[in-house]
Design a protein around this ligand. Sequence first.
Ligand code: T1G
Length: 703
Amino acid sequence: MSASYEVHGHVAVITMNNPPVNGLGLANRQGIVEGLKKAQADENVTAIVLTGAGKAFSGGADIKEFGSPKAIAEPNLLTVIRAVELSTKPVIAAVHSVAMGGGLELALGAHYRIAAPGTAVALPEVKLGLLPGAGGTMRLPRVLGVEVALNMIVSGEPVKSEQLAAIPGQKLFDKMASSAESLPAEALAFAQEMATKHADGSALPLVRNLPCKHPKGAAYFQFARNMVGGMSKNYPAPLKCVDVVEMATTLPFDQGMLKEREAFMALMATPESNALRHLFIAERAASKIPDVPEDTPKRKIDSVGVIGAGTMGGGIAMNFLNAGIPVTILETKQEALDRGLATIRKNYEAQVKKGKLKQDKYEQRMAMLKPTLSYDDLSQADLIIEAVFEEMGVKEVVFKQLDAVAKAGAILASNTSTLDVNQIASFTKRPQDVVGMHFFSPANVMKLLEVVRGEKTAKDVLATVMALAKKIKKTAVVSGVCDGFIGNRMIEQYSRQAGFLLEEGALPQQVDKAIEKFGFAMGPFRMGDLAGNDIGWAIRKRRAVERANMKYSKTADLLCEMGRYGQKTGAGWYDYVPGKRDAIPSTVVNEMIEKHRADQGIKARKISDDEIVQRLVFAMVNEACHILEEGIASRASDIDMVYLTGYGFPIYRGGPMHYAQTFGLYNVVTAMQRFAQNPMDDQAFWTPAPLLTKLVAEGRGFD
Ligand code: T1G
């Protein structure tokens, strides 16, 4: 958890040791400072190597400490870096694997730096809504030049050590080791060399003393501001990076450091940074299943079968082809199979045309795709995913055939978006091998994968699918079995509120504009027109039988009865010009809504955008609390991940649960109590979920 100290000959080696990535938590910082003190006091020691154990030099400040007293407790990172600079004996940072954020800033405080090739070097703070807060904005431009440094700071993207070492005149790396394996020995030798070099008491080089200028000065930074400003709407950090790096060229080092600190602390307090830091932790938490140990053995997945070559089946198949996993895709009719393959080919060719995919890669992927009309060809697949028509009868036929054909140990997955995975599992004699894998359309693009855990789903099946999700670059979130799982169950409440708002006085374009201004990629009515309003219509018809007392606005049904299914029929909530996707407010639809209000004796009222946003978002939050109470989702941050990666919820708001927490759960409940007074609404729905009431009573949030 901290840093070890060893002396090799005349060289002290301080090794950070805070798995998994040597985050610069308090214990680690204390270990470094104690090691430096020991080395200064030991006459036998003439130089110091600072390095990291395991898979990183250091991944930076310990994100998990943020907001806790430990994060700012002394020795804080600035103190540690200053202690390195003030060492009377040369400090050589031996950098390997990952040197990011505060880790790179620590290395920049050293007198010399030696790097292993392949090291990922970055100042990624901007991805957390921050900027480097331990001298990175002042030191990196001094060793790499302003433009390279600014690009790295504003993008947050890693660059390989050997690439940076190749920049003419760079002073980031004094030496490149021949490999990560030889780095320790080469660092010791280099340290010895530097000890000899400075045996005469000559001053040790400090990055802070290097000049920092840009030939075009203010003109360059104005240009940079214009570029960055255009790309960073809703995020304050990138522009702040430009401002502070400019100060590195206009202010003395120490004054620049004060400006950096000021900006860092201001950004740390922004809702955007809180949301991005929440996302960083939430994304990693989602991959953990509380009762499935991380070392659970995983099944081998070397081949995949996909049943159904429609939009979903084709997109699903592409995910595995992209990850280099062969796919056998099955259809019932040759023309459906041909159509499916043609769509996959068209998708790849579009990527090749845009230069996003090399021709040979495209051909390799298509060569791994085997079309078939026979279930027998799925008999050796390690995983089979069905993406057939969303009707239980059809699923039953498919899973009974799979049960007969699939080899023992094959994982049988359903891409169902709402149906009961337990019932699907019951069609087989191997329910332990059955799981839901709910991809989101377009399946080869959307990051979200809901992994639906049946009562009998085996733990190794879950562990296998979660690991496979990472391999196909999906964000997997485990859901229990209920109607709509996590995402669609919540979106149903969101859609119901959208319908009620139409009846009470809003029009589709007002509702969409309000929620899009809040940050959603697309409002409910534009989304309906894109996905197809008939999909919701079919679900409402099914639910009208299952849950007859569920209150709905009739407007969506009236729209479908007019044949206005959306873009696919050239008209939906909005009108469309053929061949274009622009949503044009529709007089026909607005008249339908007004007539419906009149028929219902409803007097329309003016509805504020705030009320629209709160009713749409808090309806989801209340439903989400029931989902948590029922154990369908195991943590609130998982629900945020579902909405951030599958439903276009604005990243800078952190997800519905994080947003509600930021808004204040007490204020959310107060708003819900107001909505419960509205006779046009589903008043009972707005009873705060017991979990919400409990958290408010205890003054707690979801985290
Ligand atoms: N702090 C705490 N934990 C961290 C961490 C960090 N900086 N980086 C990673 N982890 C944990 C992560 O939560 C997960 O833990 C495990 O390590 C593996 O992560 C003053 C203020 C380093 C490239 O932004 O980019 O320095 O979930 O799955 O794919 O200017 O992690 O298993 O318990 O991502 O091999 C700046 C963020 C911090 C780097 C490794 N640094 N990390 O990728 O593993 S702010 C960052 C990454 C800062 C200073 C400022 C990646 C990685 P668990 P992983 P990976």
